[in-house]
Design a binder for this molecule. Structure first.
Ligand code: SAM
Length: 329
């Protein structure tokens, strides 16, 4: 039994949020206050979910949060996930998304534990601007050290995610292009989505794919790299072959028709879409003593409810029941 939804999309990609705590308060994600928490689960519970889902066709697991590096025991958890095999007997593609604040010390242990690759979120290449966005002083140097440590440890491909939000960092497009070339990282610009705690999203806050390409073109010409239809990012390289830029454009160029993802929140709920207005309590079922078979059947039923697409910017848009930090991006 392999997971396929009612629109024929194979579900092969799982994101597990291991905490909804975060040490940053990025303007496009969180509110400036501490905010309420849903909490997290012991690692053996996430591991059981991952094991069952792997048996149903999951091939790639991305660990996220909140900020996953805040969780004690993460290295051991990654090591355990590294022992799982997909339905064809291959090792899983294990990745992690982090704000990078604690990565300098953890990059090598994560690699040694079996992590393949890492994505670091970084929304400015200027220390002051960086602090204005994260609302935490002094993070830039730590994150830069984290990016460099990840590269040294061989966590590859090493991607840097930048969410562009008008009024905060759209002037960072070219500096980021230079940064990608100098640091040897793959850059991913992400269009701002209405998933933030402060509900400040409006269509004109989104810096779109077209605008990013046009701005970057003023620095150096970009050449599009052919991409798989299932890839979320449109990929480009500079004309001299140095530096790769990707643009994830869920708002201006939605890719829901190729979505292969489901998510598990830090409190053990399955979410079938970032924009779901409900979630499905896998952990409660586990806590009631359900067998692996019962949990598998539940997951297969839930996947049938996966939404066809999001409705960002449309008159019938209903905000998601959780914000990004409590979903796991
Ligand atoms: N703390 C980790 C980090 O900073 O990467 C992992 C969790 S964070 C929620 C995951 C990703 O979601 C980050 O790359 C972040 O930039 C992105 N993100 C958060 N809010 C977003 C929004 N409203 N629109 C687009 N991307 C968002």
């Amino acid at each position: 039994m392999l997971l396929t939804d009612k629109f024929g999309r194979a579900i092969t990609d799982l994101r597990i949020s291991v905490t909804d705590r975060c040490n940053y308060k990025c303007v496009y994600c969180r509110t400036g206050n501490e905010g309420a928490l849903y909490g997290d689960l012991p690692f053996p519970d996430y591991f059981r979910m991952a094991r069952i889902l792997t048996g149903l066709g999951i091939r790639k697991i991305r660990i996220t949060g909140g900020e996953p590096l805040l969780r004690k025991g993460l290295i051991e958890f990654i090591h355990e996930l590294g022992q799982l095999r997909d339905v064809d007997g291959n090792a899983l593609d294990l990745a992690l998304t982090t704000n990078g604040h604690l990565l300098a010390e953890m990059a090598q242990p994560l690699k040694d534990a079996g992590l393949r690759r890492v994505t670091v979120s970084m929304d400015a290449v200027d220390p002051d601007r960086f602090s204005r966005i994260t609302r935490v002083p002094g993070g830039y140097d730590k994150v830069l050290a984290g990016v460099r440590a990840a590269r040294r440890a061989g966590l590859w491909p090493l991607k840097v995610n930048c969410v562009l939000m008008r009024g905060f960092n759209e002037d960072q497009i070219i500096p980021f292009g230079m940064f990608a070339r100098e640091e040897g990282v793959i850059l991913r610009f992400i269009e701002f989505m209405p998933l933030e705690e402060d509900r400040v999203w409006a269509p004109n806050t989104v810096v779109t794919l077209e605008e990013i390409i046009s701005r970057m073109g003023e620095y150096r010409p970009l050449v599009e790299i052919p991409h798989e239809r299932s890839e979320t990012a449109r990929r480009y390289r500079f004309d001299d072959g140095i530096g790769e830029i990707g643009i994830i454009a869920p708002v201006s160029h939605p890719f829901c028709g190729h979505c292969s993802r489901i998510r598990i929140t830090s409190d053990g709920k399955i979410r079938t879409c970032l924009f779901s207005v409900w979630d499905h309590d896998l952990h409660e079922l586990m806590a009631r003593g359900s067998s692996d078979e019962e949990l598998s059947n539940f997951i297969c039923d839930v996947v049938q409810k996966k939404e066809e697409r999001h409705h960002i910017g449309e008159a019938d848009f209903v905000p998601a029941s959780r914000t990004m930090v409590h979903i796991g991006g």
